[in-house]
Design a binder for this molecule. Structure first.
Ligand SMILES: [Zn+2]
Ligand SMILES: [Zn+2]
Length: 346
């Protein structure tokens, strides 16, 4: 049964939230505070950026800084996802510090919050308890409207009362002093990414006028657009094949979609990813371009990261032999079993 059919057959009784979800208390209050502040700054900044671009114009400095910081943030979220959430490779403390800085500077919440939410998403993918499914709201009630579900997945979920309990989903992050340093100091890294770096480059190349353009357009507007691009993974790439295609039959609506894949440097190969959640490299065909995966493989070649996980390789080799994409059952990786949540490092 496809995920869409299973939603249609769902009982409309009051759903029960799985463990690891909080609905009241200081963590919920803190989540709303972060959501309100981030939303106000990003949306306010984006509107100001568009007004500025229209009235004052933007030049090559603003566009270059926009492109550079968009690329930096997209790679940062790649490390957030594949290293901090799924532990698809290992590395030492210096590389972990660099990955933590880049991940936090993507301005998508702290490492602790991002990791907790994403692990809950995988465990309950497109079922009640999923953080940002297009099929169920935060309380686990099925959506009857496709548009409403997509809006929830694309960003509406940050206003859900249900909040992921980090002590249930991310004990390894709580025990990691580097990840927790960046979690505590997240607002400084957000400011560095969205204000200070764009502003400094703008001032250096064009004075105060370019500095303002860079902060608004290349800092705040870029952060918002980049977050929207990442969110396509939650909406478009859970569309049950409405957009893109499903290489593997999984028990959710996960989909590989080309535009999202290009915009997110490979994260849009989301059906492949849910099939092999711990794999560092998500491509299973020449037309599946996974830039973040290639960066990890490159860092492995340079000796900067090691123990790169590749459960899907058995499937890839067999597909090459037999000319089809079915993986060997023994090759299936699961990010929530065995020693996968081992302490990071070495
Ligand atoms: Zn997903
Ligand atoms: Zn994932």
């Amino acid at each position: 049964m496809s995920v869409v059919e299973s939603v249609a057959s769902e009982q409309l009784s009051e759903p029960k939230m799985p463990p690891g979800v909080l609905t009241e208390g200081p963590v919920v209050d803190a989540k709303f505070r972060d959501s309100y502040i981030s939303f106000a700054i990003m949306v306010g900044g984006s509107i100001a950026a568009l007004v500025w671009a229209f009235w004052q114009g933007i030049g090559w400095v603003e566009v270059s800084v926009f492109a550079g910081t968009f690329i930096m943030s997209t790679i940062g979220i790649g490390f957030m996802h594949r290293y901090f959430v799924h532990r698809s490779f290992r590395c030492g403390p210096v590389m972990r510090t660099i990955f933590a800085a880049l991940a936090t500077m993507a301005v998508q919440g702290s490492i602790l919050k991002w990791v907790s939410n994403h692990r809950r998403h995988h465990l309950h993918s497109d079922r009640p308890g999923d953080v940002h499914s297009p099929y169920y709201d935060g309380g686990g009630h099925p959506y009857t409207s496709f548009a409403k579900g997509m809006t929830h997945a694309q960003g509406g979920w940050v206003w859900d009362r249900e909040t992921t309990d980090a002590s249930y989903y991310a004990k390894d992050i709580l025990a990691d002093p580097i990840a927790m340093f960046f979690t505590r100091t997240r607002w400084y890294w957000y400011a560095l990414s969205a204000l200070i770096i764009p502003g400094a480059i703008g001032y250096a190349f064009g004075g105060v006028h370019t500095m303002i353009g860079c902060i608004l357009f290349s800092g705040l507007f870029r952060s918002y657009l980049m977050t929207m691009a990442t969110s396509l993974v939650n909406s478009v790439c859970h569309s049950d094949g409405r957009w893109g295609y499903r290489r593997f039959e999984t028990h959710d609506g996960t989909t590989n979609e080309l535009v999202t894949t290009l915009l997110t440097f490979g994260e849009g190969l989301h059906n492949n990813h849910h099939r092999f959640p711990r794999d560092a490299y998500l491509s299973h065909a020449w037309y599946e371009v996974d830039i973040n995966g290639l960066i990890i493989l490159g860092l492995g070649k340079l000796g900067l990261v090691h123990d790169i996980f590749a459960a899907g390789d058995a499937g890839r080799h067999r597909a090459a032999d037999a000319g089809r994409g079915e993986p060997a059952p023994a090759a299936v990786g699961n990010a929530f079993e065995g020693d996968d949540l081992r302490a990071p490092g070495t």
